[in-house]
Ligand binder design. Structure first.
Ligand code: GRF
Length: 220
């Protein structure tokens, strides 16, 4: 008998190209997992359309009394699909403490900067304004601090003369897709954990907190 596939839930707010990369990796069996739900705070998010209607859940935060009420409804719906991993992929709403606590250790996000640089929005603009020679994306465990959880892996690209936020974003996107799939392969193989704010692969720290500027992709 084959064992059941690891169950992924994906959260999206927009076009869902990272979700598509995950779907493609599953289709080619590069990633041995199944998507058991796609959840959104934007009922018209294009990303939702990438999966069968039966897998879609969305609600509008404004229809709830408070952000916490929305988060609780989202968390209940996610929990009902019994995920092994909850994967934020362009989910633009900040997740509250209570939500994060419910999924601690299995909640991942991709952020388009070389964290700890440029938490929050406008990351491509900020890298250009700072005159950075390199830019990139990070996959990290989600903690209560915005974009502040343990970094698992990063992809780097050079900043080229004449780059604009748009060209940087476009060059980074395919690297994001590959990076997320690599991290998810480790995750579903049970090789990824978090302890005391540090991500561990096979039980060993991936990034040393003593040298936080080590940004090689440690997965290769
Ligand atoms: C990506 O750049 C991701 O890093 C950021 O939002 C964007 C989402 O893109 N968090 P998509 O919806 O996956 O196409």
């Amino acid at each position: 008998m084959t064992s059941p596939l690891p169950r992924l839930v994906v959260l999206v707010s927009g076009r869902g190209s990272n979700l598509q990369a995950i779907l493609d990796a599953i289709a080619t069996r590069e990633l041995d997992a199944e998507i058991v739900g796609v959840f959104s705070d934007k009922p018209n998010a294009a990303g939702l359309l990438r999966v069968d209607e039966s897998l879609r859940w969305s609600a509008t935060p404004k229809d709830f009394a408070t952000r916490e009420h929305f988060d609780a409804a989202l968390a209940d719906a996610i929990e009902a699909s019994r995920p092994d991993w909850v994967v934020c992929a362009g989910y633009m709403k900040i997740l509250g403490d209570a939500f994060v606590r419910r999924f601690t250790g299995k909640l991942l996000n991709i952020h388009p900067s070389l964290l700890p640089k440029y938490k929050g929005l406008r990351t491509h603009e900020r890298a250009l304004e700072a005159g950075d020679a390199e830019h990139g994306a990070s996959v990290h465990f989600v903690s209560a601090e915005l974009d502040g959880g343990a970094v698992i892996a990063q992809a780097k690209i050079p900043v080229l003369a004449g780059d604009t936020p748009q060209t940087l974003a476009a060059r980074l996107l395919p690297r994001e897709h590959a990076l997320y799939v690599e991290v998810l392969k480790l995750a579903v193989a049970g090789r990824l954990t978090e302890r005391n704010g540090i991500a561990l692969r096979d039980g060993a720290p991936i990034f040393s907190p003593l040298s936080p500027d080590v940004t090689e992709n440690p997965l290769h």
